[in-house]
Write a protein that binds this ligand. Structure first.
Ligand code: ZN
Length: 84
């Protein structure tokens, strides 16, 4: 399930037609030292690619709120882990 479609109650299977694969997306500006991971449908993946992460987040404030409320759900790797 695409997290954005889920939060906005969009029927993502209908909107995406035959593109039913979800894309794993990393957000770099949400957490200070960590990457946030989310699953997006093709449409939202295209959108974030086109307008960029910051504007994407501004468009979907519900997503920002959800990430803040459920940090662990979005917890990704820390880029600092590989630097030792
Ligand atoms: Zn979506």
């Amino acid at each position: 399930m695409c997290v954005v479609c889920d939060l906005y109650h969009v029927d993502w299977r209908f909107k995406n037609g035959k593109f039913t694969k979800l894309v794993k997306v990393n957000l770099f500006r949400v957490f200070s030292k960590k990457v946030a991971n989310l699953d997006l449908c093709r449409l939202h993946d295209l959108e974030i690619f086109k307008i960029g992460e910051v504007r994407f987040l501004a468009n979907y404030m519900k997503l920002v709120e959800d990430i803040e409320k459920n940090r662990t759900k979005y917890d990704g790797y820390s880029p600092l882990d590989s630097v030792s």
